[in-house]
Design a protein around this ligand. Structure first.
Ligand code: GLA
Length: 731
């Protein structure tokens, strides 16, 4: 099995063809980190660490003066016995306030396959042979604590899925205050951190910066992973590039508050961790109770950032997105939102559907405004019954009318929310997430339902089941348009109030598990005011995400490029919208907008009935072209060629099918320059020996020539011009 335990050296070697992850026991007690990186064939544990006396440093195994926790690379460090770096686990014994812990090795087991995580999304296997799991049990006898660290190694990926289970195995009540999903101490070296930050309308901007001594942390305390920081980061050896060098990815399979943290210590080692944010988090464990952390994916690439992205993309499609959505083509959709906003009605949508069908689109999504008294965004969230004034025939008949045109029906919902002006609020005012002291804060005029409560979740299960049973609904856009405030639940005691944010997530995951099990064929697209919950927890249930509420193509180049660092194109909802763009007023050509949207999951979000015949013909052609290239975009390997965060005025990327027979290259000129230099584009990922023909350019070259010599780009004379170049192997 690809996880081996060497009892003599007390070492666990987890390996794939391309990676080794080596951990082991020091003095039979401490679980140390020895190595993570390119595959090594032998492990000599004693060569990895130097024991010796150090000034002013506590010695937890006295009279041994050579062992210090403050510098020892560890796998799940705690606080209180001489490690002053940030801990992975922090808890307090409630009866006496003790918080200094000593986690000692108790045993381990290695088994085929991978188990699901109780109540939480996690990477899964479809066949036991795909993964092997090591579970190491650590414990603190005096506290009555047991910790099970789980390492699931996926053999076809350089990836380990880690999580921790904290068990109160004693007789005293414990309060867990910090419980990271994973922590790794990488040895002394110079690393950069790359992370994805932003805001609504400009999500997942790429930032790479050197790590220096001290702590660097980012995260979310908003009750969702958020637009502002994504629960992902990569550590890059300072010399690593897009195409070369060692890169370590950390990605959390969770959608709530999170912390990503690195700490460079006085020896210049890096402690990197990711997990639930400890701010306002405290989980009480009664004797016998267990706390399960979310899962973190730790991935290694020796082929730069691009290699890491491609591995994560493939992994997410095969082992994160619920089956079979990672391996089936997604429909080209028309969404009513920017086309009509709240002014929707059966007649108007039928007219729009007529045009969508003519263009060859496959799914019609009725966005906000179809339910209750929802005529603007101030009311009716919670009242999920169709408004019969707007839709006199109801959805079953409408779905049939769409079906006769070749279109499936999709619907927008925002089930986690409640409007103060709604029948639901009049009936259940106590279901709102709020404190007893004052009216909760409104955001987009709305409040949040308390999903930590069983009856609220049960109500939503019933509502969604009824809605999906009322008509053949093939797709749901599941929105979440505000962050949590006034986090307090009347269902929990005072000392458990800091559990609410995580219990909210557990309630949401329970709801999503129910909906997806009951309605396995319904495609759910996630949305959170655009890309405010673009994370692996959501992607498990909702295999595509509305990437951003910013549908401007020039902005989208940056957003989609940043998103691609971790997430595959098939996860990104990308729509062609009208000009001037509704978010920032920019006017860009239809072809440019389409090329950007074709780089993800193509959709349209504009009033097709307002377009002229030639625009409609152009869209028909775009849809046809996307249908041809869709398998390559959605399942192919993604290569970034020109980085817009460096150039600011141009970008390029390409997709290559798995067999390397076909490729699609996109080039975007965001701003034109006068008398522009001859720019040469070099491709990636092709078979160097094979010949490839590019009909759009009219020439045939070997893969090696396309990649190493490249080709001169044609002149693009104005702003917002783009090229789509297809390559096909010549037999
Ligand atoms: C959010 C979404 C939009 C749209 C509106 C509807 O802003 O991000 O795409 O669905 O809600 O109110």
């Amino acid at each position: 099995m690809p996880i081996e335990f060497d009892p003599k050296q007390q070492v666990f070697h987890l390996y794939t063809d391309g990676m080794s992850y080596v951990i082991g026991l020091i003095k039979d007690i401490y679980l140390a980190h020895y190595y993570w990186g390119a595959r090594i064939l032998t492990v000599h544990a004693a060569s990895k660490w130097r024991f010796g006396q150090r000034p002013n440093t506590p010695t937890p195994e006295y009279p041994d003066l050579t062992l210090h926790l403050d510098t020892l690379p560890q796998e799940y460090p705690t606080h209180g016995r001489g490690d002053y770096r940030p801990p992975a686990l922090g808890l307090t014994v409630l009866e006496d306030g003790v918080s200094a812990l000593k986690l000692a090795y108790r045993g381990h087991c290695i088994e085929r396959g991978k188990r699901p995580l109780s109540g939480l999304p996690a990477a899964f296997v479809t066949d036991e042979a795909q993964a092997t799991t090591l579970t190491v049990e650590l414990g603190d006898e005096a506290v009555g604590l047991s910790v099970e660290l789980s390492y699931a190694l996926f053999e076809r990926f350089n990836l380990v899925a880690r999580s921790a289970k904290i068990v109160n195995a004693g007789t005293r009540r414990l309060a867990v205050e910090t419980a990271m999903s994973a922590s790794v101490d990488l040895p002394h070296d110079a690393y950069d951190i790359l992370h994805l930050w932003g805001a609504p309308l400009r999500e997942r901007m790429v930032e790479r910066q050197p790590l220096a001594p001290g702590t660097f942390r980012f995260g979310s305390t908003r009750g969702a992973s958020s637009h502002y920081h994504n629960p992902f980061f990569a550590l890059l050896r300072r010399d690593a590039t897009e195409d070369t060098g060692d890169v370590y990815g950390f990605s959390l399979v969770y959608s709530g508050n999170f912390l990503a943290q690195t700490h460079v210590d006085h020896d210049l080692s890096v402690r990197a961790m990711i997990g639930i944010h400890p701010f306002q988090f405290r989980w009480i464990l009664e004797p016998g109770e267990t706390f399960q952390t979310p899962e973190a994916l730790l991935a290694y690439s020796g082929e730069g950032l691009g290699g890491l992205s491609r591995m994560l993309h493939r992994f997410i499609r095969q082992h994160v997105m619920r089956h079979p959505f990672g391996v089936t083509e997604r429909p080209i959709l028309l969404n009513s939102w920017e086309a009509m906003y709240f002014s929707i009605s059966e007649d108007r949508l039928l007219a729009l559907a007529e045009r969508a069908a003519e263009a060859g689109m496959e799914l019609f999504v009725i966005d906000d405004g179809w339910f209750g008294e929802r005529n603007d965004d101030t009311r009716a969230l919670g009242d999920w019954t169709v408004n019969r004034e707007k839709f006199p025939s109801g959805f079953a008949a409408l779905a049939e009318a769409f079906r006769s045109k070749g279109l499936k029906l999709g619907l927008w919902i925002e089930p986690e929310m409640i409007s103060p002006e709604s029948a639901l609020y009049r009936e259940h005012p106590d279901w709102v997430l709020r404190t007893p002291y004052r009216e909760p804060v409104r955001s987009r005029h709305q409040w949040v339902l308390d999903l930590s409560r069983e009856e609220v979740v049960a109500h939503l299960m019933g509502v969604i089941d009824a809605l999906l049973a009322s008509a053949p609904i093939a797709y749901v856009k599941w929105d979440f348009n505000r962050y949590l405030t006034d986090v307090w639940s009347r269902a929990l005691s005072a000392e458990r109030q800091q559990e609410v944010a995580h219990r909210y997530m557990l309630g949401l995951y329970r709801l999503l598990a129910h909906v997806t099990e009951r309605h396995p064929h319904v495609l759910i697209e996630g949305c959170a005011g655009g890309g405010g919950r673009f994370d692996l927890g959501m992607l498990q249930f909702m295999p595509q995400m509305w990437t951003s509420d910013n549908s401007d193509a020039a902005s989208r180049i940056f957003i989609q490029y940043g998103t691609s660092i971790c997430y595959p194109a098939i996860a990104m909802g990308a729509h062609v919208s009208s000009v001037p763009n509704h978010q920032i007023g920019r006017v860009t050509p239809l072809g440019f907008r389409a090329h950007v949207a074709m780089s993800g999951n193509l959709g349209y979000e504009l009033d097709l009935t307002a377009l002229n015949a030639s625009e409609r013909a152009a869209i028909r052609e775009q849809v046809r072209l996307y249908q041809e290239i869709r398998p390559i975009v959605q399942f192919g390997d993604f290569y970034r060629l020109v980085d817009p965060f460096v150039t600011r005025d141009r970008a390029s990327w390409m997709f290559v099918d798995e067999a390397r027979r076909e490729a699609v290259v996109f080039y975007f000129q965001i701003l034109a320059e006068p008398n522009s230099p001859v720019r040469r584009l070099k491709l990636k990922g092709l078979d160097p020996q094979a010949l490839y023909e590019a009909p759009e350019l009219g020439f045939v070259m070997s893969g090696a020539e396309w990649m190493h010599a490249g080709f001169a780009l044609p002149t693009l004379a104005s702003d917002h011009q783009s090229l789509l170049i297809r390559l096909k192997q010549v037999p």
